[in-house]
Design a protein around this ligand. Structure first.
Ligand code: ADP
Length: 632
């Protein structure tokens, strides 16, 4: 048994906070590490001690192995918990931690290595008798080899980076003529993200469910499965909603999947918390995809239905303790659903959003409600790290109770100043097909029209509701009258208000008494923050301001027919030349941001008039890249 009294958390954000809470509850002394810009972050406040790693980028801070080990040694921490992401699945890090005489809270480095490559893991699983998706995962990386494999398994196929994660380096290929371009793009993405362009190809299953098994192993040869999670609600192959248990999963199938997952873990000598991911098809067949050798983002739904603290178990296993229960004693009580709250813009292809969190209010605590977050109002969402702000988790006696609790939590949550997916999440959880548990990985695409309605101009009801919130007596109005034309104390005249919201504006003129009496619009939920009033409209928190003619004059008009960068990014490729005619939807430019490639396509048919970007160039959001003339 290893005595463990102190723990360093080599991570940030919600997961660092979550681990620190358990460390505290277990009486361990805790140490946080942080980058230069995270000095005031929540995880630093929660820890007993903090060490500045310097740097801003992940590379210079949370991925800096020597600096993190030095921080542990300087602060006297005996163990390091890597969280998820960053160094959590880096075998070299696990080795360096142990070489420094510290305890790595995770599996042995050899198990991380074995599962680190999706190709090598598939080869191992084949031997262990775990069913695989048909495909090719060999060493030969020639285009012709992929073409032959794809022919053999049949299109559509899915290209994946062997070193992949987070959907990077992953491309669906519908037909043979798309293969070469898709392979090249996936390889570039994989190389940029992981420094390794090695690919594999799989049969692309149509509308499977993503069902994963939480496993836990101790150092004494025991390995359990702690039920499953259904993570089928995904966007671009990335999880958005997770729940446990998987709706409708028969106990017999749960047992078979659980046992396959335990075989997978035992095949690599696994220790600690791990997750074996499967695709489940409509006929009940399941196929191994990969094993994540760390704590998952979605572990709270498993905690909610089992009543276990998985981080506490990780620490106990690292101390050398045996698992405290047997397979037959693993609880499964009720149902839990989690959503991931991201700073991103659903209206612009979910591009990561950055900036100050001018408004941030979490749902109120209550039975069956859990919020795991790592931010507070006033924090900056920086472009350097993952844009996830936190997770909302609801537990209920049954799925419907959990779903209704989560809806209530989403309704109470308020975030403004930085765009988020809050309203999008609300629409998913409120969707009749979600309520009916019609889950598969095509859910979001299938219900796109309802989940991502096209933006419409703000109607008079919005402006009237916003105007009412500016007026005295409303909880969010602090100094409104001084800013409103035509008002004099005690002598209500006709009031004129000129409001703006994003690019839209509206002038109102009305009798204040009519508004105070509750007409013409019902009050909208709102929060005043400085010059801005955040008004809730159709689930979004929109910033409303008084019209400022000077600011309006200085904001540059968008170039007509110009295609501009939707975010700060690096130009990877320009696919067209000046004078070239293009069809609507033709690929024009490939950008890279947050290690993902984004394709810009022609919004309409036309002729390329000018190209204002070149490969390798860094471009800023809004800068014009291509001018496209409408063909006549
Ligand atoms: P990553 O590690 O990049 O997240 P995964 O291999 O875990 O990639 O796959 C992520 C998601 O992609 C899965 O949950 C599933 O929705 C989809 N996916 C992966 N492989 C297949 C496949 N062969 N057929 C259909 N969908 C797949």
């Amino acid at each position: 048994m290893t005595a463990l009294h102190s723990l360093l958390v080599a991570n940030r954000g919600e997961i660092a906070c979550r681990i620190l809470r358990t460390a505290k509850a277990m009486g361990l002394a805790s140490v946080a590490v942080h980058s230069r810009i995270d000095r005031g972050a929540q995880h630093c406040q929660l820890a007993d001690a903090r060490v500045d790693l310097g740097g801003e980028s992940a590379q210079d801070s949370y991925l800096n192995i020597p600096a993190i080990i030095a921080a542990a040694q300087a602060s006297g921490a005996q163990a390091i918990h890597p969280g998820y992401g960053f160094l959590s699945e880096n075998a070299d890090f696990a080795r360096a931690v142990e070489a420094a005489g510290l305890v790595f809270i995770g599996p042995p480095a050899a198990a991380i290595d074995a599962m680190g490559s999706k190709s090598a893991a598939k080869a191992l699983m084949e031997v262990a008798g775990v069913p695989l998706v048909p495909g090719y995962h060999g060493a030969d990386q020639a285009l012709a080899t992929f073409a032959a494999a794809a022919e053999r398994i049949g299109y559509p196929v899915l290209l994946k980076a062997a070193a992949g994660g987070g959907g990077k380096g992953m491309k669906v290929v519908q037909s043979p003529d798309e293969l070469a371009e898709a392979l090249a793009s996936a390889q570039r993405e994989a190389h940029a993200a992981f420094g390794d362009a090695h690919m594999l190809v799989e049969k692309y299953l149509l509308s499977p469910r993503h069902v994963e098994i939480q496993v836990f192993a101790d150092r004494h040869g025991h390995c359990l499965y702690l039920n499953e999670r259904d993570c089928s609600i995904q966007r671009r192959h990335q999880k958005v909603v997770e729940e446990a248990p998987a709706p409708g999963l028969a106990p017999e199938l749960r047992r078979r999947m659980g046992e396959a997952a335990v075989r997978a873990a035992q095949a690599v000598g696994y220790v600690g918390a791990g997750t074996v991911e499967f695709l489940l098809d409509a006929s009940g067949q399941f196929f191994f995809m990969e094993m994540n050798t760390r704590l998952q983002v979605e572990h709270p739904v498993t905690e909610a239905i089992t009543g276990l603290d998985l981080v506490a178990w990780q620490i106990r296993v690292a101390r050398g303790e045996a698992l405290p229960i047997t397979q037959g004693e693993v609880p499964l009580h009720g149902h839990a659903i989690e959503v991931r709250l991201y700073a991103e813009d659903p209206a612009h292809d979910f591009l990561p959003a950055t900036g100050p969190l001018a408004l941030y209010r979490e749902s109120t605590p209550g039975p069956g409600r859990r919020v795991d977050s790592g931010v507070v109002e006033g924090d900056q969402v920086s472009p350097f790290y993952d844009p996830m702000l936190g997770k909302l988790i609801a537990w209920g006696e049954d799925r419907e109770q959990a779903r209704l609790r989560l809806l209530a939590m989403l309704d109470e949550f308020a975030v403004g100043g930085v765009r988020t997916n809050l309203a999008f999440l609300r629409r998913i959880i409120g969707h009749p097909a979600f309520a009916a548990a019609h889950l598969d990985t095509g859910f979001i695409e299938r219900h796109q029209a309802e989940l991502l309605p096209a933006p419409t101009p703000l109607p008079p009801a919005f402006w009237q509701g916003a105007a009412r919130a500016w007026l005295p007596g409303s909880p969010s109005s602090e100094e409104p009258w001084s800013r409103v034309d035509g008002w004099r104390a005690g002598l209500p005249a006709r009031v004129r208000l000129h409001l703006t919201c994003g690019a839209q504006q509206h002038a109102l003129s009305f009798e204040p008494s009519s508004i105070e009496a509750g007409t013409p619009a019902p009050p909208l939920p709102s929060h005043r923050r400085g010059e801005r009033l955040f008004v809730k409209w159709q689930g979004e928190w929109l910033a409303v301001q008084l019209f400022d003619p000077i600011a309006a004059a200085s904001s540059a008009p968008v170039a007509q027919g110009g295609l501009s960068a939707p975010m700060n990014a690096c130009v990877v490729r320009v696919a067209v030349e000046p004078g070239q005619p293009v069809e609507a939807g033709a690929l024009l430019v490939v950008l890279e941001a947050m290690k993902m490639e984004h394709s810009l396509r022609a919004p309409h048919a036309g002729v390329i008039k000018r190209i204002a970007a070149e490969p390798g160039e860094r471009v800023t959001e809004g800068s014009v890249l291509i001018e496209l003339e409408t063909s006549t």
